[in-house]
Design a protein around this ligand. Structure first.
Ligand SMILES: Nc1ncnc2c1ncn2[C@@H]1O[C@H](COP(=O)(O)OP(=O)(O)O)[C@@H](O)[C@H]1O
Ligand SMILES: [Mg+2]
Length: 294
C-alpha cells in the first residue's frame, strides 16, 4: 500500500492517488490533519509526502507539526518516504535549503537573516531586498523592499511568522525559470513572466511559456541541486541575469494548476505517479529477493 500524506484538499493529491492506482498499485490518502493518521501510516509499505510549506496559510499547522513525528515513526517501522525525509525540511525552510546550496557552491541570493516581521532591523539589510515566509508558498506575504524607509510599512501587513530577508535578484529578462525535475531529469522547463509588482504568481496573471532553448548549464545545475537536497521529484525557481543564474526557491512538493497539463502537454501528477510506481515496484522486487535469500 502506498500512503499519500496530504493536507490540502486540492485536485493534485487526488489526481496523484488515481494515477498511482492506475498502475494497479493499492494507494490511499492520509490526511495529517486527522488524529488517526499515525495508525494509517503503519499499514503502508511506502509513503509519499504532499505536505506543502504553504500548509501554514491554510491553518494546517497540525500537519506541519506532525510531519517530524510521522517521519520518526516511518523510520522506526522501516517504511520509506518519497521524497526522502530530509526533503521535507528543505520544503519547509527556504533558509535551510538556500544555505545548503550555497555551501555546495551553487549561486543563490545573499541571505540577510530570518526574523519575525517586527524584529527586522532595517540597518541589517541591503537594498533592494525581498522578504518572504521561510516556510511558505504561492508568493504569499512576499514583498520587495526598495529602501530602508519602506520596511516598517511593508511588514506591518505581515502576520507574526518567520520571514527570510534576502538579496533581490532583478529578473532582468522579465521571467523566472521554473524547472520540474523527476528522477534526476529536467522534465519541464517554463518561463514565467513577472507581473507589474516585480513578483510572480499564476493567480496574479503571470504568463507561462515553454523554455525550449534553456541553457544546458542551468539544466545541469537544477539536477545537481535536487540531488544535493535529496529531492527525487520537485521544482526549482531560478532567476537568470547577465552575470549568472540564481536558485531562489526549491519545492519538494511540486504543484501545477490543472489547466497547465493541457497547455504544456505535460502531466506533472501522472509523471510523478509513474516515477513513484517504478520505485514501488523496485522496492517490492528487493523485498521478494530478500525473502528468497533467507
Ligand atoms: N531573491 C529573490 N529575488 C527576486 N525575486 C524573488 C526572490 N525571491 C522570491 N522572489 C519572487 O517572489 C516569488 C515567490 O518567492 P519564492 O521564493 O518562489 O516562494 P514561493 O513560491 O514558495 O512563494 C518568486 O516567484 C519571485 O517572483
Ligand atoms: Mg516559488
Amino acid at each position: 500500500m502506498v500512503g499519500i500524506l496530504y493536507e490540502s484538499e486540492e485536485w493534485s493529491s487526488y489526481k496523484l492517488l488515481e494515477e498511482i492506482q492506475s498502475f494497479g498499485i493499492e494507494a490511499c490518502l492520509i490526511s495529517l490533519e486527522e488524529d488517526h493518521a499515525f495508525e494509517l501510516v503503519n499499514s503502508c509499505d511506502l509513503l509519499v509526502s504532499r505536505i506543502f510549506a504553504s500548509a501554514q496559510f491554510r491553518a494546517h499547522h497540525k500537519s506541519l507539526e506532525r510531519m517530524p513525528e510521522v517521519i520518526k515513526q516511518a523510520e522506526r517501522k522501516g517504511i520509506p518516504i518519497l521524497n526522502p525525509p530530509r526533503a521535507h525540511f528543505y520544503e519547509t525552510s527556504k533558509a535551510l535549503s538556500t544555505a545548503i546550496l550555497k555551501q555546495k557552491g551553487i549561486a543563490v541570493p545573499d541571505v540577510y537573516g530570518v526574523f519575525l516581521p517586527d524584529e527586522i532591523d532595517p540597518g541589517s539589510l541591503r537594498y533592494p531586498c525581498i522578504i518572504k515566509p521561510d516556510c511558505g508558498g504561492r508568493t504569499t506575504c512576499t514583498v520587495i523592499i526598495s529602501e530602508a524607509g519602506t520596511l516598517a510599512g511593508a511588514v506591518a501587513e505581515i502576520p507574526a511568522i518567520s520571514m527570510i530577508a534576502e538579496e533581490y535578484i532583478r529578473p532582468v529578462y522579465g521571467y523566472i525559470t521554473r524547472v520540474e525535475v523527476i528522477g534526476g531529469e529536467c522534465r519541464l522547463i517554463l518561463k514565467r513572466s513577472v507581473t507589474a509588482d516585480g513578483l510572480l504568481a499564476y493567480h496574479l496573471g503571470s504568463a507561462y511559456t515553454h523554455y525550449t532553448d534553456c541553457p544546458e548549464k542551468l539544466r545541469q545545475t537544477a539536477v545537481r541541486a535536487m540531488e544535493l537536497l535529496n529531492i527525487e521529484f520537485g521544482s526549482l525557481d531560478i532567476i537568470e541575469t547577465e552575470r549568472d543564474f540564481y536558485i531562489i526557491d526549491v519545492n519538494a512538493v511540486s504543484n501545477a494548476s490543472e489547466d497547465n497539463t493541457e497547455m504544456f502537454g505535460f502531466d506533472l501528477m501522472g509523471e510523478t505517479a509513474a516515477y513513484i510506481a517504478e520505485r514501488f515496484r523496485e522496492m517490492e522486487k528487493r523485498n521478494d529477493d530478500d525473502k528468497r535469500n533467507i
